[in-house]
Design a protein around this ligand. Structure first.
Ligand code: ARG
Length: 473
């Protein structure tokens, strides 16, 4: 049986075995095995580059590439057997390659280090997998847009400070979340730019001593640029920090949506009913139906920033180039990726299946929410806004004093406050009329909400086309 030490790439200068506790702590294989395909892709491209500068022969390159293809199949089929004490995906794949093809495997790592290898793998992994998150965000936006169109006539109170403010369309409210998510989507595209710079060929820190053709290597790995400084390249994890911050922002947006629906689904509001498939019950109180889906989204959404924050602290004050502290980048990246994916999916499911109770939404409107409209009525009669605001305030106070709704004050009572009130003031006491004033772009009037829906619909369509164009034939 082989000794454990023989699996180590750096065993040569050591005479005693690694302490098992350290070995366990040091190993990242349980996490970075997810990058097996990227590690193999990077190694194959590197082998091609080595052959071009005659550091390996054509047949050695062939052996290496075929061996790597076999390893890939083993991983794909879940048949790859890792060994105790193996450090990471790079070590494991190289060990297996040697088992499969023998000597040529030992030439593959020339001029390369796990330091440039790991960053390359991570960039490749993110480049591929961010598509999952892109799709998940698009699906959620699509769900919101579909609902908004179907339920465009539902009206409800809009809130500031969680106090009833002005009547709005439910669709306008829903779309407010879609627009935040659209911003997230656009920001994600910016993140792709940093990912598109290839670090491979930076070695441990000093660069590549064999004048490897890095541009060609980048082209083979579908990177559009190469890193300009090897020391920066091996220590750079800004792209991870960017990803974590981006994910935190999405998490925050989802948590706000979740909080709204938790409030809206409470008995006190009952604007929405969360579908049973996205709720749970209580083991003690039989009547309970809890919005667990939304609470998980809210909690996990907030927790994402914890990952971001903690990784930023790992980066802070690190001395130049590679330090093992950086290995925690995998946990941050994968955990964030997985959690964000699942809360996006659950948000989409919850939003898609919830029921909006249009009657409850409407009956939560109250006439004092039209006080601003009283002021606007007066402005349209030529009263300066500040004066109009003051008069409307007096109307509210008068109604309060008389213990009636503002719409129940008689024309005489109104005229005793301001002679600008005329019989057409009756038009003010209508929620739809109020909503329909807001026709300027971005407002809650039907035309403006439809414009938003159309913009988002054609954007979704254009992204769909883009996605298909990017797919390999
Ligand atoms: N598993 C390591 C990581 O993820 C790979 C780089 C190891 N480099 C080293 N010099 N020990 O960071």
């Amino acid at each position: 049986m082989e000794s454990q030490e023989s699996h180590k790439l750096w065993g040569g200068r050591f005479s005693s075995e690694t302490n098992p506790k350290l070995e366990k702590l040091n190993s990242s294989l349980h996490l970075d095995r997810r990058m097996y395909a990227e590690d193999i892709e990077g190694s194959k491209a590197y082998a091609v580059a080595l052959e071009e500068i005659h550091l390996i022969s054509n047949s050695e390159k062939e052996d290496i590439c075929q061996g790597l293809d076999r390893i890939r199949i083993e991983w794909d089929k879940n048949e790859f057997i890792t060994k105790n004490g193996e450090e990471d995906i790079h070590t494991t794949n190289e060990r297996r390659l040697k088992e499969l093809i023998g000597e040529p495997a030992t030439k593959l790592h020339v001029g390369r280090s796990r330091n440039d290898q790991v960053v390359t793998d991570m960039k490749l992994w993110l480049k591929t997998n961010l598509a999952t998150l892109k799709n998940a965000i698009r699906l959620l936006i699509d769900t919101i847009v579909t609902r908004s169109l179907k339920e465009i006539d539902v009206i409800m109170p809009g809130y500031t400070h969680l106090q009833r403010a002005q009547p709005i369309r439910w669709a306008h409210y829903l779309l407010s979340h879609a627009w935040s998510l659209k911003n997230d989507y656009d920001r994600l595209l910016n993140n792709f730019q940093l990912l598109d710079v290839m670090p491979l060929g930076s070695g441990a820190l000093a660069g590549n001593p064999f004048n490897i053709d890095r541009l060609k290597l980048a082209e083979n790995l579908h990177f559009s640029q190469i890193t300009p400084n090897s020391m920066q390249a091996v220590s750079d994890r800004d792209f991870i920090a960017d990803f974590l911050f981006w994910a935190s922002m999405v998490g925050i947006h989802l948590s706000r949506l979740a909080e709204d629906f938790i409030i809206f689904s409470s008995k006190e509001f009952e604007f929405v009913t969360i579908d049973e498939s996205f709720s749970t019950g209580s083991s003690l109180m039989p009547q309970k139906r809890n919005p667990d889906s939304l609470e998980l989204i809210r909690g996990i959404g907030g927790g994402l920033f914890g990952q971001c924050c903690s990784f930023m602290m790992v980066l802070k004050s690190l001395p130049s180039t590679y330090n093992k502290d950086l290995q925690s980048d995998k946990e941050a990246m994968f955990t964030t990726f997985d959690k964000l994916t699942s809360i996006l999916e659950v948000t989409t499911g919850t939003v898609k299946t919830l029921k909006v109770n249009s009657e409850k939404c409407r009956s939560a409107l109250s006439y004092e929410m039209l006080a601003t409209d009283v002021a606007y009525y007066l402005v349209r009669k030529g009263v300066p806004f500040r004066t109009a605001h003051h008069i409307a305030g007096r109307v509210v106070a008068e109604a309060e004093e008389k213990n009636v709704n503002i719409c129940d004050l008689t024309l005489e009572e109104l005229r005793s406050i301001s002679s600008y009130f005329e019989v057409d003031v009756g038009r003010v006491w209508n929620y739809e009329n109020s909503i329909e004033q807001y026709q300027a772009t971005g407002g809650t009037a039907k035309s403006s909400v439809l414009t938003q829906i159309n913009i988002l619909k054609s954007w979704l369509k254009s992204q769909d086309g883009e996605e298909k164009a990017c797919q390999p034939n």
